[in-house]
Design a protein around this ligand. Structure first.
Ligand SMILES: [Fe+2]
Length: 389
């Protein structure tokens, strides 16, 4: 238990540092050092405290533990308690009542395309590991009833895509088909919430994949931390040339039946800042009393800030659902300041609903108990009764 608690403490450090604006090269070095510590600690603990001084495995008392060990083992015990807390929270997670419906369809991409779909990119050996679910895509459909959605926007369908991570490890055909599947759902609006490329060589995949998507109200994007590690300006330009709208440039206002839907995006902390809602007395900016506001934020870490700003809806990715979930503990790794709290799912805080997609891929093409996800989100206006309440 102490060794597990020790591993949890360093994993918490890995999770938090990966949520910060630190270049991947430095994060990789830090990760390797901490991984060595995580492996060495139980060996040292076994041979010292366990067998020699005081030798608790041989029947000696814990009370004889040398004083040096106490400041080390007490945090380890707290780490274990923290892990248990996260596991219980994961087990008892339920979507908020604002999510009024959910269904999902499992799509076995290898069977559908009659191909192993493994390319030559980095970590491609992971893709073939037993029980890897990277090729079992879940197409989730969720309905959200949102307090401030105008009646005229009732039934709006948003295709939420996230974390495609093109690297050549999963073949181009995988992503082409995924976009076909999304297009068949006939969304009104398509939103991509970041992490498009891990290898710039895949830039020419864009036209056949995201470039093939169309929606009556448009296609909108932000980039993620992995794009920041690449040539983000080139990625941004290529997507813009394909007709996608960059939500980080300025808020987009969609008008329909006398109401406005304001959309904006943030790639903070990696690129740009946080788009505050303006509430100036002269009426300039976004009038949050009457207009519906949507924020696309790569990381869910901006959610609490967005809730204070009274955004109505936030769409995020980045945490990949944890990618690997250990039953019954749930996700362990999540690059977030909140640890595993917002790895995926729907959350409601104040008057703001957050949807975190598990995304499609990752630099490491490995998913256990955590399928890739694309989502069709249907927005529902409040019923007459709910609105009057
Ligand atoms: Fe990602």
């Amino acid at each position: 238990m102490l060794s597990i608690g020790h591993a949890e403490l360093w994993t918490s450090v890995i999770n938090r540092t990966h949520a910060m604006k630190i270049h991947e090269v430095h994060l990789k070095r830090l990760r390797h050092v901490l991984e060595v510590l995580i492996v060495l600690f139980p060996i040292v603990l076994f041979f010292t405290v366990g067998l020699s001084d005081p030798g608790v495995l041989g029947g000696e008392e814990w009370s004889q533990l040398p004083g040096l060990w106490k400041p080390i083992l007490i945090p380890c015990a707290l780490g274990f308690a923290g892990l248990m807390y996260s596991a219980v929270r994961h087990q008892f997670y339920r979507p908020p009542r604002q999510q009024t419906a959910q269904s999902s369809e499992l799509i076995q991409m290898r069977e559908r395309l009659q191909d192993d779909l493994i390319g030559e990119g980095p970590y491609h050996y992971l893709a073939g590991l037993p029980f890897n679910e990277i090729f079992s895509v879940e197409f989730t459909r969720k309905t959200f009833q949102l307090p401030r959605l105008p009646q005229s926007w009732d039934g709006l369908k948003i295709l939420h895509l996230s974390d495609l991570h093109y690297s050549g490890t999963l073949k181009r055909e995988y992503f082409i088909e995924l976009c076909h599947i999304g297009q068949e759902a006939q969304p009104d609006l398509i939103i991509f919430s970041g992490d498009l490329l891990d290898e710039m060589i895949c830039l020419d995949w864009l036209q056949e994949t995201l470039g093939s998507l169309q929606a009556p109200l448009g296609c909108f994007f932000i980039l993620g931390n992995h794009d920041w590690n690449q040539d983000s300006q080139q990625i941004r330009q290529s997507l813009t040339e394909l007709g996608w709208v960059d939500l980080t440039l300025e808020p987009v206002c969609l008008q329909h039946a006398g109401h406005s839907l304001y959309m904006t995006g943030t790639e903070a902390p990696w690129m740009g800042g946080l788009p505050a809602l303006k509430r100036s007395a002269d009426g300039a900016g976004i009038d949050v009393e009457s207009d519906f506001t949507l924020l696309v934020s790569h990381t869910p870490d901006n959610y609490h800030w967005a809730a204070r700003q009274e955004y109505d809806l936030v769409l995020s990715g980045h945490t990949h659902g944890g990618q690997v979930r250990i039953p019954p503990l749930g996700p362990i790794f999540a690059p977030s300041l909140h640890g595993t709290r917002y790895t995926s799912g729907t959350f409601f805080r104040g008057s703001t609903l957050l949807h975190v997609s598990r995304g499609v891929s990752g630099i490491h093409p490995l998913r256990w108990f955590c399928r890739p996800e694309i989502s069709l989100l249907t927005l529902q206006a409040p019923t007459e009764h709910a609105a009057s309440v």
